[in-house]
Design a protein around this ligand. Structure first.
Ligand SMILES: C[S@@+](CC[C@H](N)C(=O)[O-])C[C@H]1O[C@@H](n2cnc3c(N)ncnc32)[C@H](O)[C@@H]1O
Length: 280
């Protein structure tokens, strides 16, 4: 079986024997694939993707504690989030970033979000691979959970690295739109964005679900309607829901079927996400 996502006349085909085709929207412009993102990306044509958002494993589910709804709980986001040690984690980051670089168009760009556990490795891997780093954005999480140990500052930010495919890339940036949204002043690399609203979790939760407001800013800043957006770590499908709402094509790749089921529900019935986008 073969699925096709069209991008302004150009056919983007993904042979589904690299991963399982899980869901395609009625328009045929958005699809979800089950499998390892590196294997799936290998089957995508080179230079076919305009924008990538990646929220890779944080490697922080290693027995530490955190605070959830006022209670002390173990950090355990899933087997996919266990650290294999710094060298193996870095090899993993190098491998998937290399696969992303192959599928990006010459002027395409990538945003990668993460915390101190993985983001320095991601930044170093990008430099090793010859990406052009454009910005390191600090996402200020407006209501972070308190730090229970009282031995650290409260963790209130996540870093988002924006990079173009290579040093020659002429990346796309909707500067006027970002300026307009910032009251006529240049948009800074410090973004205050609230966690997901309840309506974004109406079909169930993902432990590291990103807010639609964050993806809305990224996709509008760095892509045009009709562009193809890829998320190699699809999770609950936030990138796909926003890409669809903004008239972009989308390919999402995810290992876990339960998160693909959740993503398909959000894509089929997006009202709760559209409401959240309108509020932010
Ligand atoms: C940090 S979460 C992404 C959350 C997502 N941004 C959202 O808004 O819901 C990472 C996801 O990547 C998936 N994953 C981990 N390794 C993967 C791989 N090699 N290929 C595809 N998916 C993978 C995990 O199952 C997890 O759902």
């Amino acid at each position: 079986m073969e699925a096709t996502v069209r991008k302004e006349g150009a056919a983007i085909s993904a042979a589904t024997n690299a991963g399982k085709l899980h869901f395609v929207t009625d328009s045929g412009q958005q699809m979800l694939m089950q499998g390892d993102c590196m294997e799936v990306m290998e089957r995508l044509p080179a230079e076919s993707v305009d924008l990538i958002f990646a929220d890779p494993p944080y490697f922080l589910s290693n027995g530490g504690m955190t605070c959830k709804s006022g209670r002390m709980v173990k950090v355990d986001k899933g087997a996919w989030d266990r650290s294999q040690g710094p060298e193996a984690n870095h090899e993993f980051n190098l491998a998937w970033l290399k696969a992303c670089q192959r599928v990006l168009t010459p002027n395409g760009s990538i945003f990668v979000s993460g915390t101190r556990h993985a983001i320095f490795s991601v930044g170093y891997a990008m430099q090793q691979l010859g990406y052009k780093v454009l910005n390191d954005i600090a996402w200020f999480k407006v209501n972070p959970p308190p730090n229970l140990s009282c031995r650290y500052f409260t963790h209130a930010t996540e870093t988002i690295i924006w990079a173009a495919r290579d040093l020659q890339s002429k990346h796309y940036f909707d500067y006027p739109l970002m300026k307009e949204e910032n009251g006529g002043k240049q948009m800074k690399s410090l973004w205050s964005i609230k966690p997901p609203y309840k309506s974004e979790k109406r079909f169930g939760k993902h432990p590291t679900q990103k807010p639609v407001a964050l993806l809305s800013r990224i996709i509008r800043a760095a892509s045009r309607p009709g562009d193809l957006v890829l998320d190699p770590f699809n999770g609950s499908g936030t990138t796909g829901v926003v890409a669809t709402a903004l008239d972009r094509s989308y390919v999402g790749v995810e290992l876990d079927k339960k998160y693909l089921d959740l993503s398909a529900k959000r894509l089929q019935d997006p009202q709760g996400d559209l409401d959240a986008m309108a509020r932010s």
